[in-house]
Design a protein around this ligand. Sequence first.
Ligand code: ATP
Ligand code: MG
Length: 456
Amino acid sequence: MNSTRARNMMAMVQKQSGNIGASLATILFVWAILKDHFPSILNNYIKKHFHKLVRFVSPYIDITFHEQGETFSQNEAFSAIKSYLSTKASSWASSFKADFIKQSKSLILSVDDHEEVIDEFHGVKVWWVLENKQKHSKTQEKMYFKLSFLRRHREFIAGSYIDHVINEGKALALKNRQKRMYTNTPCIDWNNWKIKWNCVYFDHPATFDTLAMESKKKEEIMNDLKKFSEAKEYYAKIGKAWKRGYLLYGPPGTGKSTMIAAMANFLNYDVYDLELTIVKNNRELRSLLNYTSSKSLIVMEDIDCSLNLTGQRQSKSDSESKSNEVTLSGLLNFIDGLCSASGAERIVVFTTNHVDKLDPALIRRGRMDKHIEMSYCCFEAFKVLAKNYLDIDSHELFAEIDSLLAETNMTPADVAENIIPKSREEEDNIADSCLKNLIKALKEVKPVKGEEEERV
Ligand SMILES: Nc1ncnc2c1ncn2[C@@H]1O[C@H](COP(=O)(O)OP(=O)(O)OP(=O)(O)O)[C@@H](O)[C@H]1O
Ligand SMILES: [Mg+2]
């Protein structure tokens, strides 16, 4: 027991348990002074039984929250408490651990081991401390938070207070967290899930502001995403899993991958980029799913090339004979199975250049709820690119570009490539020369007459 803890314990016992408490506190005090003169066997005996006695008469209750709980939600509780206490620690504690989180651009302080943090909620005082218990080997430590409070507040703490801590902590963690991007690797060790998903920090700069697309269409997608992220209760009420599927289709270079980055940045979700061609079979696919977290985008790019998904669903005998590969029904189960994974709140995104080749079962509403066509660059999309690359809102050449784009199929990627300044000499009049480059390129592309495709 460290000295702060002993002092607090004495004060608590004296204050709350009247005469018995005062006597116990005196015994504890005397023993603390004299214990060096007692044989260790006697000291252990006193310690063991004194603690039992204190627990019996103590008006306080302790609850512990372990870092490595048996279930995923237990671990989540530990992380939420840690975030919550980081805001309280600054006013009470004198020793901190510091983390620099890149995206939050600030230093996050968290409470140091054994440092006590006092919190008050609706006039009820509680004490938190981060402790560690050594496991079998010295290197293995079990961290846990201990929450102490008065016995008579038991119901209030177990209900409202803990809910408050977890909810606030989760919200804070979400605000400060750094998004991650996971990619699957060929599976070597079935027992080690970390080998299955490789993780890097997600730092893609694309946002909906920089995405070249008709503003009406963009707004509709942003509203849809926002509505989804706030619809936890709605999904629970209608008995549906909290997930949504997006199918992005269109020619190469129209911004499908850029849109995924913008979605992740907009929602502050992690990205799981699932490369289906290296997944061995349906079993491995399911196991990958089990290790995706809530608030994430699960992305499968070029879905038409990843698998032989263009045909109808395989017959049973057919799929049994191919138990060493991912099948369409395996993939359908993967998507539908997202509901059973805890916490849900996942968005599945497929991209393809050939939507017409996909099996209808894969992209039916309910699986892929929103189909978004990404197409050639229209004038409105061009204006976004001109702002991004040249920082201009208007120019005398815009009118000519408008009419050329109306009769030409050029992807936003090609438009962007043409307006990027190529040499240092252009620096004096960058916008002028870049727009002329684009006009030249547009004139070289054969105009598409009577084409029916909707433009981005
Ligand atoms: N709509 C867009 N808005 C902004 N930039 C875009 C857009 N489309 C393409 N770009 C630019 O072109 C590059 C290629 O685009 P992106 O990778 O998003 O295309 P894609 O549709 O995913 O292509 P593919 O089908 O080949 O995967 C991007 O890095 C981006 O700079
Ligand atoms: Mg792409």
